[in-house]
Ligand binder design. Sequence first.
Ligand SMILES: Cc1cc2nc3c(=O)[nH]c(=O)nc-3n(C[C@H](O)[C@H](O)[C@H](O)COP(=O)(O)OP(=O)(O)OC[C@H]3O[C@@H](n4cnc5c(N)ncnc54)[C@H](O)[C@@H]3O)c2cc1C
Length: 461
Amino acid sequence: MSIALPGLDEMSKRRYDVVVAGAGVAGSVASKLIAERGFKVALIESRPSSSVGTKVCGDGVGIHEFNLAGVALPRAEVERTVRGVKFYSPPENMIFAILGPGVTLNRHAFGQRLLQEAQDQGVEFFSESAVTRALLEEDKVAGVVARHLGRLEEFRAAVTIDATGITAAVRKTLPPSWPVAERLDRSRIGVGYREYRRVTSEFEDYCSLYYDWEAAPGGYCWIIPKKGNLVNTGLLVPWSHSIATGLESRFEKFLRENSALRDSEFVRSEIGLVPLDHPLPTAVAGGFLTIGDAACHANPLNGDGIGPAMLSAKIAADVVGSCLGRGVSSVDALWRFNVEYMRVQGHRYSGNRVFSDFMRGLKAGEVVSLLKALGVKKEYTSGDLFSELSYLNRLQMILRVGVRPRFISHLLATIRRMRAVSTHCREYPTEPSRFNRWRTILDGYIGTQIRRPHTSGIISS
Ligand SMILES: Cc1cc2nc3c(=O)[nH]c(=O)nc-3n(C[C@H](O)[C@H](O)[C@H](O)COP(=O)(O)OP(=O)(O)OC[C@H]3O[C@@H](n4cnc5c(N)ncnc54)[C@H](O)[C@@H]3O)c2cc1C
């Protein structure tokens, strides 16, 4: 059920404990969990209620991601169960697999379920209401302004959560001097071209990633099985590569060369964006917190962001619930979100950002060598890939895959740097006063300081 907005006079008196902007995975999960703790929550979404959940996505999620976030496993929303992810070098040479059960989702049905669960907990849902900016009062966020049917309305709250995805609609309107307001560099945006296609026989129960850098330089192509003979297929590349040559013509090369897609029938196509950066070094301000893609929580190596959106929503709900229970919402109080997120997931994704920079700098042949080096074991369990690689004997690796010693030492240096970044993030400062020093060290590890305070949009050109 969506609620029609009342007039401005009535609206200006309207107050909530928490206002959540964006009813994607992050926003719907967070608002449900906070309402469950007995707080009054408004969830504000720019789209009509019926289209919540529609999202350009590969639709694949590991079962462990639901367990980690404490979100009930999908049932009716599952289109296929999968056994893991297979990695290919071009055109179709399977190198290794990471095993672990997963599902491919009907994203629309999944989004509708999460929204319904939020409303069942008493969350007030406002559809077709686009948040335009944060309300600021005495150096704190005091809510948001949203546009509904051409009118601006105020939603006030002790805590405001920005879960508006890559647009970061609230965060981008915060004062540029606030660390949480830093903008996303365009080079760190992944552009995805996705097609649904009907193949001639059912695709196997694996998500398949193809590292064909002629088709998808700096990224990858994928085929993910859906219900029956339907597949979700496409490519994800860094922003710069999406401009040089059209995504569609890049995808055609993959389509021509992949035997599983031969004679397949086009159903529909779309384009979508995902952040491929390390998580925001701080995701909080006074009365404010940001989660999911709005906080760059997707995995910078592959763009997987459904699990991170659910997890960051859970951590946010725990922290916000405990803060509101004590009647506080200052930056100091909300800071625990940063510490927890970095401890549970952010440390790993910050390290992955280092590895993704290394990958992007490789030539097509070097990517194949890298995959072969990783393919010394044919099957991995989720999470043990990099530890395995770092223990490999250098000479063994050179002999096995015939790569140059300089490449191997660069690779091993990258893995050491990943580890250092990950350790640094696990030692996240427990108080804001120590943040600047911690941040300077992080920038030193990650390379150039690519994020600057924003001037207009959240994305810099
Ligand atoms: C091509 C592609 C393939 C992907 N494949 C996978 C995959 O296979 N597995 C995986 O785990 N992840 C994948 N992802 C990433 C994943 O889809 C996202 O990380 C995830 O959906 C992020 O969820 P979110 O809730 O943070 O943001 P979103 O899902 O983007 O939700 C944001 C919500 O905010 C609303 N909104 C935006 N602006 C406003 C505003 N001003 N006011 C009010 N509401 C607003 C939007 O309408 C939307 O409902 C892929 C992404 C892309 C682009």
